[in-house]
Design a protein around this ligand. Structure first.
Ligand SMILES: NC(=O)c1ccc[n+]([C@@H]2O[C@H](COP(=O)([O-])OP(=O)(O)OC[C@H]3O[C@@H](n4cnc5c(N)ncnc54)[C@H](OP(=O)(O)O)[C@@H]3O)[C@@H](O)[C@H]2O)c1
Length: 152
């Protein structure tokens, strides 16, 4: 949400958000956060029809599928904000025998030309999650000690 806020501000009124994935850990909470920020939210999953078309209607596209590079560049409408939550380890023989590399759920090399803003994998949502976990831990410690909430 902080990444999205950097592009669109806190109020997402009038924006279409598509969340691909309906897990309890990512898809559903993300959809709720987007709704709370006034986005119009569609949650897609493995039974969704015409997923490419649905994705092309998104101003904000959140991928939490767990399938390497499933969301293609042509599914991303020009200017869309793309948040790739996926972390997938795939074989990378070009790096040597038995080597792997990390990719997201979005085909980054294709999508980067369409997106207005896009998070890479690695280096996007992952480090942001770690940073916010540390921030939340610090905030909890302050509040548990009856100190004022720290500002970041
Ligand atoms: N960056 C981070 O900090 C972080 C944190 C957590 C997870 N992740 C990553 O995020 C990804 C998703 O994690 P998760 O725990 O939400 O996974 P999950 O529990 O496996 O859920 C995947 C979701 O994707 C849907 N899906 C699967 N195949 C699909 C398809 N072909 N078309 C449309 N939807 C499809 C599933 O639909 P159904 O419900 O119909 O089966 C399900 O709702 C993974 O790559 C995970 O490693 C990253």
């Amino acid at each position: 949400m902080l990444l999205i806020e950097r592009v669109h501000g806190k109020d997402l009124s009038g924006l279409n958000a598509v969340v691909v994935g309906r897990s309890n850990i990512v898809g559903k909470p993300m959809a709720n956060l987007l709704l709370a920020a006034n986005a119009t939210v569609t949650v897609a999953h493995s039974r969704t029809k015409n997923l490419p078309e649905l994705c092309r209607g998104a101003d904000i596209l959140v991928a939490a599928v767990g399938r390497p590079e499933m969301i293609k560049g042509e599914w991303v409408r020009p200017g869309t904000t793309v948040i790739d939550v996926g972390i997938n380890r795939i074989a990378a023989p070009e790096k040597g025998n038995g080597k792997n590399r990390l990719v997201g759920d979005v085909a980054y090399a294709e999508a980067v030309d369409h997106a207005g803003a896009i998070t890479p994998v690695p280096g996007g949502v992952g480090p942001m999650t770690i940073a916010l976990l540390m921030a939340n831990t610090l905030t909890s410690a302050y509040l548990a000690s009856n100190l004022p909430r720290p500002q970041f």
